[in-house]
Write a protein that binds this ligand. Structure first.
Ligand code: IMP
Length: 408
């Protein structure tokens, strides 16, 4: 069985925790896109693990994890991450593999990324990890795949410096290389979890272009870049937070206008620990945007939603969520492609009463206070998508499962 899990907002929805949680029932976890721009934080037994490239299933000693074909991998970052895991007692050898179709990020890509950003009159706010450069070179057919690093002919267009650098990493990379499509075919009777990076609104096609990342963070990415094809997908989960955040630049219709000391924006950033895992940048915060969420559900065929960070609202008297946009005085209920329209969109907000109760001890849906359930049920109705899992804290056991995704 193949379950796909993607972010349904602008990344940082808590996918890391959910992948870690759902991986307990899977044998193989495949990360299908992105690179070291991503950051997943997992809290386990009080210990914090920050993962950027390695799929979150790694923390279970018996899971195989695969860095998929759609990924762009910086070997330096990868081996640093593996060493850090080793220091924390995680034995990864023999269960971390890389698709031979995955692309590599060379050191000069990072410089090119930063230079390109500096030249932009309206910067995207990239993570500076060379991600956009790696995907551009992939599209222009000048990238370097893992399959090619021991093929001199494929490397002729690289500089001497590039080749020297690759030869430094070759002996460590090659033992991890697999033909992922063949591997998954051979292990067809396993349960596999396909983990997306970033989120649907940062996807190169479905996101708020050009303020997006450059990979496929949409569900379709799991089919093309996870090695299973569209018909191989059994279930698609979309993870979203009770509110919205965004790092980097770009339109964000429900962003709080006031980010001063004592504002709701700062409150949510503090309680939700909304700082980038990769760059440490404070995340921009705002109310849940249901127009954007409904769009993400539609464009990704999301079967079930996973709601995270609901406990961040525990102390609020009331809060709001966006149910439409007003653009030039006109009501819109769809998510526009135009950045200009998104920037001018005034959110139409609906008010919800807070529950003023700590949700951290709730383990079943019925234990959640009525007001929390009302919020959940409104979201389900608006997006026409059931919410099957609710996360009420950062630990694995702070999770309410209404329906397991591992049921066909
Ligand atoms: P890049 O992926 O470094 O090119 O950055 C492009 C945009 O995507 C920037 O706004 C980044 O802040 C954002 N971004 C990239 N990766 C993540 C992520 O994992 N979570 C949230 N935002 C991200």
């Amino acid at each position: 069985m193949n379950v796909v899990i993607i972010g349904a907002q602008w990344g940082d929805e808590g996918k890391g925790k959910m992948v870690d949680f759902l991986a307990s029932d899977a044998q193989i976890v495949v990360r299908f896109s992105g690179g070291a721009n991503a950051g997943h934080t997992i809290v386990l037994g009080g210990e914090k693990y920050a993962l950027h490239l390695v799929p979150s299933g790694i923390l279970y000693p018996d899971k195989t994890v695969i860095l998929g074909s759609g990924m762009v991998i910086d070997p330096e970052a990868l081996f640093k991450e593996l060493e850090d895991l080793e220091k924390k007692g995680v034995d990864w050898k023999g269960r971390v593999f890389i698709s031979d179709r995955a692309h590599l990020v060379l050191p000069r890509y990072r410089e090119m990324d930063r230079e390109t950003e500096a030249r932009r009159s309206k910067p995207i706010g990239t993570t500076g990890r060379g991600i956009g450069v790696a995907y551009s070179l992939k599209a222009s057919r000048d990238g370097v795949r893992l399959a090619d690093i021991d093929d001199e002919e494929r490397l002729v267009n690289l500089t001497d410096e590039d080749r020297a650098w690759l030869s430094l990493w070759k002996d460590r990379l090659l033992p991890l290389k697999i033909d992922m499509v063949a591997y998954l075919r051979q292990h067809r009777n396993t349960w596999r979890l396909f983990e997306g990076a970033q989120g649907a609104l940062l996807d190169i096609d479905t996101g708020t272009y050009p303020f997006v990342s450059s990979g496929m963070s949409c569900a379709a990415g799991a089919a093309a870049q996870g090695g299973i094809g569209p018909r191989g997908i059994d279930r698609i989960l979309g993870v979203f937070k009770a509110y919205s955040t965004r790092v980097g630049n770009g339109p964000f219709p429900t962003e709080f206008a006031d980010d001063s000391a004592g504002s709701l924006s700062q409150y949510i950033r503090t309680v939700g620990n909304e700082y980038g895992t990769t760059t440490g940048r404070p995340r921009r915060c705002g109310y849940l945007d249901l127009v954007a969420l409904r769009y993400a559900c539609a464009v990704n065929s999301i079967d079930r939603l996973v709601l995270t960070h609901l406990d961040v609202y525990d102390d609020l008297e009331e809060f709001e969520a966006c149910i439409g946009y007003r653009i030039d005085g006109q009501m819109r209920e769809d998510f526009p492609a135009s950045v200009r329209n998104l920037e001018r969109a005034e959110p139409v907000l609906r008010t919800f009463s807070g529950w003023k109760t700590a949700l951290g001890t709730c383990r079943t849906y019925e234990e959640l206070p009525l007001r929390a359930r009302e919020y959940i049920e409104f979201i389900e109705e608006f997006t026409e998508t059931p919410i099957s899992i609710v996360s009420v804290g950062s630990d694995r056991n702070h999770t309410i499962v209404r329906e397991s995704p591992w049921i066909k």
